[in-house]
Design a protein around this ligand. Sequence first.
Ligand code: F6P
Length: 536
Amino acid sequence: MPWNDLLRLHKQDPDCRIAALFAADPDRAERFSRLFDGMLFDFSKTSLDDARLTALIALTEACDLPARREAMFRGEKINTTEDRAVLHTALRAPEGTKVLVDGQDVMPEVLETRARMARFATDVRSGAFTGAGGRITDVINIGIGGSDLGPVMGTLALAPYCDGPRVHFVSNVDGAQIHDTLAGLDPATTLVIVGSKTFTTVETMTNAATARAWMGRCVADPAAQFVALSTSEDKTAAFGIPPERVFGFEDWVGGRYSMWGPIGLSLMLAIGPDDFDAFLQGGAAMDAHFRDTPAAENLPVLLALVGIWHHQICGYPTRAVLPYEQRLTRLPAYLQQLEMESNGKSVALDGSALNGPSGPVVWGEPGTNGQHAFYQLIHQGTSIVPCEFLLGARGHEPELAHHHRLLAANCLAQSEALMRGRPYEAALKEAHAAGLTGPRAETLARHRTFTGNRPSTTLIYDLLTPYRLGQIVALYEHRVFAEGVILGINSFDQWGVELGKELATALRPILEGQESAVAKDGSTRQLVAFIRAAHS
Ligand SMILES: O=P(O)(O)OC[C@H]1O[C@](O)(CO)[C@@H](O)[C@@H]1O
């Protein structure tokens, strides 16, 4: 039983010193790192050794990960609760690939939509497509969750490649966001993209209606400057967007896996179809690697296994994602949806209660900013937080290479400090050297002691190009899938978001004063009363 083996291996040496593993094995860094297509995943600063890694790999065999993976790529309906295939990989598959769903090759339609998107993006970027006031200067992507986070994250990440119209994102139903976004824009030169898989999400439809009313005040035919991205042609037509500006996709693309197709249109408009193609190629390269590489060499599988070691076996409750890459500032938020909406479940695929913990809490912030905020807890708090560092070896600003050297030095210093720590004796010596003596020196030394032995991994690559971003996003997608398979979870549904939506619908007439709050609990009644009072 691999789970029992893993628990036993952890129990045998729960405080195994990572630094001692390095001391015992001069080749540890190489042996616990994997290089793939320009990126190096270094997991040597963890407490994994050969036996532990072998037991983790046995997990992938016990759940038959290779067969499950093939089932996904082959278009089988592995999202069983929604009876859907899971084929976001088709969106980035190269021409010539065949992908069957219910016996039908979906690739001709995928490629046709990709080509239509490229033609439209080229027209907008060149000025061939205009608004009522001429060339499009600004694009607003209205969408939420998977219809927002991927394009926002990608557009920020690839800022050096953005040479199209300015792209803005509105997701929150809080009117403050659309108000502040529209405030600086000219409706006559703005294009509005409404991105929603279902075209029913209340936040998106509310924002879309507000944007249409705003545009309608200056533009005779506002629908002419609207684009829809959705699986639902009926609903986009009912909203008044003509079919030539609707880019459709199928229900086998999950919202949080959808930035590779129509939902990525805002990114394509920003960086252009060629760079968007490079992004797809990076994703496809990671697909081929994930599909064809044995577990011990397979980057997404190894990321999943290291995560399982830390969360399910060592019991560390959260994981920090720390990009030393300011332009990946929204990567942690993107990964929160990808990982927590996918694997935050307590029921296994067969409907039974999950046998152990689900996926962990994922959080983070770019370095070096985080160092001056929450790293204190990471270094000295009582909870151990495994850290995932990401670092580009080069930046896009050669004239600012000294900034980048400092950035890289900080990233490397953090993982070194987390592992090495500073023993009490060293802290005491420093206190003595600073002229302190007796109990004062000892107390200060205790405050300045770092236990160390805190695990981290580093994903390092040359430069954050569109191709590289594609690899990184697909790497994390497959990591989530591999983790879900090992835990026995369906990573592709999200029933846990439904109840809040239903209750919000019921609360709306109560807040409007049309219905009574009497059936609500005391806290909800009190909050309703406070809001109503503020409006009276
Ligand atoms: O694209 P849609 O259908 O508007 O959904 C937006 C988001 O809402 C969710 O369904 C959760 O409420 C996400 O899974 C999805 O990404």
